[in-house]
Design a protein around this ligand. Structure first.
Ligand code: AMP
Length: 282
């Protein structure tokens, strides 16, 4: 695996490869890699001539500075995992490579309601930061295929919108969430849970799974409320438990029994904020 730290160097290299007819796949990450990331990388390796991964903890997408400071870093292990997965190139930029003009005057994106619901509501500015870094990375890497996890369901929708706004010729490939055996969605932030929190953390999956099993046509208010109460009982501080249309994430109050849905939750265990979602059908 070749490691590039310079944006212009990797950009030049990849432009040549692209001109030579090679298909480029890209997996952007913030490191502290786990099996969920590796599943994306393996798929990217299998479906492209060149698989590129980036590791960059993007300051502009953290609305909480403490979350940024405490974001886990496991670089040597990450590199070993990427090599084992057959990744061809790792882009490992510093902040100045991504934001050479500084972080003050970055582009603003019109994301519409996607920015004011769910994660957008509870993490103001987060999706602007996501778009800033993803647009910059895409302009450097210029991939044909972009691999992202459905674990961050709303992020996938935001990036789809970013591709529409910018007109970049990139195919977004959403990939299923990889879970631990007890159902907990794999996440770099799980590393910050202590042993007791780690055991409780699975409640977030159980709440979503219960919604998936108990959902019936009609009003969904009670189901959402029960979900929040279960999380609180398990010691979480819940931001939301929502049920939305899978297609556009608009919240659903009364379900017709046929529209595909997704149940989503975000909650804190101590200082650690976890999110998860499950697709729901009848
Ligand atoms: P992150 O490093 O958290 O920014 O994640 C990088 C990419 O990996 C994003 O597209 C995530 O949605 C994806 N990802 C993170 N966790 C998982 C998981 N458990 N299963 C599948 N994809 C994931």
């Amino acid at each position: 695996m070749i490691i590039y730290r310079s944006a212009s160097d990797i950009s030049r290299y990849l432009a040549r490869q692209s001109q030579g007819g090679r298909r480029i796949g890209f997996v952007p990450t913030m490191g502290a890699l786990h099996e969920g990331h590796i599943r994306l990388v393996s798929r990217c390796v299998g479906e492209n001539d060149l698989a590129v991964c980036s590791i960059f903890v993007n300051p502009t997408q953290f609305n909480d500075p403490k979350d940024f400071e405490k974001y886990p870093v496991t670089l040597e292990r990450d590199i070993r995992m990427l090599e084992a997965a057959g990744c061809h190139l790792l882009f490992l930029p510093g902040v100045e490579e991504i934001y050479p003009q500084g972080m003050r005057q970055l582009p603003a994106y019109d994301l519409g309601y996607l920015e004011t619901i769910l994660e957008g509501q509870y993490r103001p500015g987060h999706f602007q930061g996501v778009c800033q870094v993803v647009e910059r990375l895409l302009r450097i890497v210029r991939p044909h295929n972009l691999y992202m996890g459905r674990k961050d369901y709303q992020q996938c929708m935001v990036v789809k919108k970013l591709l529409m706004i910018t007109g970049m010729p990139v195919t977004l490939i959403p990939c299923d969430t990889v879970r631990e055996t007890d159902g907990l969605a794999m996440s770099s932030r799980n590393l910050r849970l202590d042993k007791e929190q780690r055991q409780r953390a699975t409640a977030i999956f159980r709440v979503l799974d219960r919604i998936r099993r108990d959902i019936r046509p009609g009003s969904l208010g009670a189901l959402k409320q029960e979900g929040i109460e279960s999380l609180v009982q398990e010691g979480f501080r819940a931001d939301y438990v929502e049920i939305c249309r899978a297609e556009d994430l608009l919240p659903v109050q009364d379900w017709d029994g046929t529209t595909p849905l997704v149940a989503l939750a975000a909650a804190y265990l101590g200082q650690v904020r976890l999110i998860d979602n499950l697709q729901v059908s009848f």
